[in-house]
Design a protein around this ligand. Structure first.
Ligand code: BGC
Length: 248
């Protein structure tokens, strides 16, 4: 099998993709970003995906992995908050396969990022239970046990203190409420404290764009498990989805 797969990260504002070198765990060519079409219907997004893949000269056997910002089960979108509502019930791998003629897999965006971090990043070769949490508009979660993904966890939606956890502790809450780093760290302490009591992870990895400012809030957190910033940053979803597409 070739060491190349194509990874795509579908987001509310942009659709990003790049060929991924699966040995190095990094882009094999520059990343392309196309704005998410409005309305972001499945067909409109499928057309963008086909265009994105056509930007590159890839042999026919290069598979496609897609990271998608919603709960998914076996590639089928369970519910949708960030894109057009008509996504609910769509079989995403089948849609991508029709649009590109290539083998495709699709997973939740945080699951993809988790796989990226475990295969190539901050949790590389970690044994035991690894929790990867992405802090952005929402909170995404990936649970990986001895290198195997336990898919579809939605730990951003735990109800904590009467609130949907991500509405208080996501990076968007920090921005919306203009919280200081210390105030936000208190929210994160409460969030990760609850998650830690439920799952006893051996390692917690924090991803999402705000992970680049990790020194402003991670040192304030006191948990039993080590809590470390993600290493692949924004590439984690694309790299992880590509790895899953190639069965790595
Ligand atoms: C969604 C998750 C997603 C996360 C990050 C949450 O609101 O429910 O499926 O992984 O946001 O995009």
């Amino acid at each position: 099998m070739s060491d190349l797969a194509f990874g795509i990260d579908i987001g509310g504002s942009g659709i990003k993709g790049a060929p991924v070198d699966l040995v190095a765990g990094e882009y094999a060519d520059k990343r392309t970003r196309i704005p998410t079409p409005q309305p972001s219907t499945p067909q409109a997004v499928a057309d963008v995906l086909a265009k994105l893949v056509d930007t590159y000269q890839l042999s026919d056997d290069v598979p496609i992995g897609v990271a998608f910002p919603a709960p998914m089960q076996h590639g089928v979108v369970r519910s949708m908050a960030n894109l057009d509502q008509s996504w609910t019930g769509v079989d995403l791998p089948a849609l991508v396969q029709r649009a590109t003629g290539r083998h495709a897999v699709a997973v939740n965006d945080a699951d993809a990022a988790g796989v990226g971090e475990v295969r190539y990043g901050a949790a590389r070769d970690a044994d035991g239970v690894v929790l990867v949490a992405t802090l952005g508009t929402g909170i995404g979660s990936a649970l990986v046990v001895d290198g195997v993904l336990v898919p579809n966890t939605e730990l951003g939606h735990l109800e904590i203190d009467g609130h949907d956890a991500e509405s208080r502790a996501a990076d968007s809450a920090r921005e919306r409420e203009d919280l200081s780093w210390d105030e936000w760290a208190e929210r994160l302490q409460r969030y990760f404290g609850v998650v830690e009591d439920l799952l006893s992870p051996d390692l917690i990895v924090v991803g999402g764009g705000v992970s680049k400012h990790h020194e402003k809030y991670l040192p304030s957190l006191h948990l039993r498990a080590p809590i470390v910033p993600a290493q692949l940053r924004n590439a984690a979803g694309i790299v992880g989805a590509a790895a899953l597409a190639a069965g790595r």
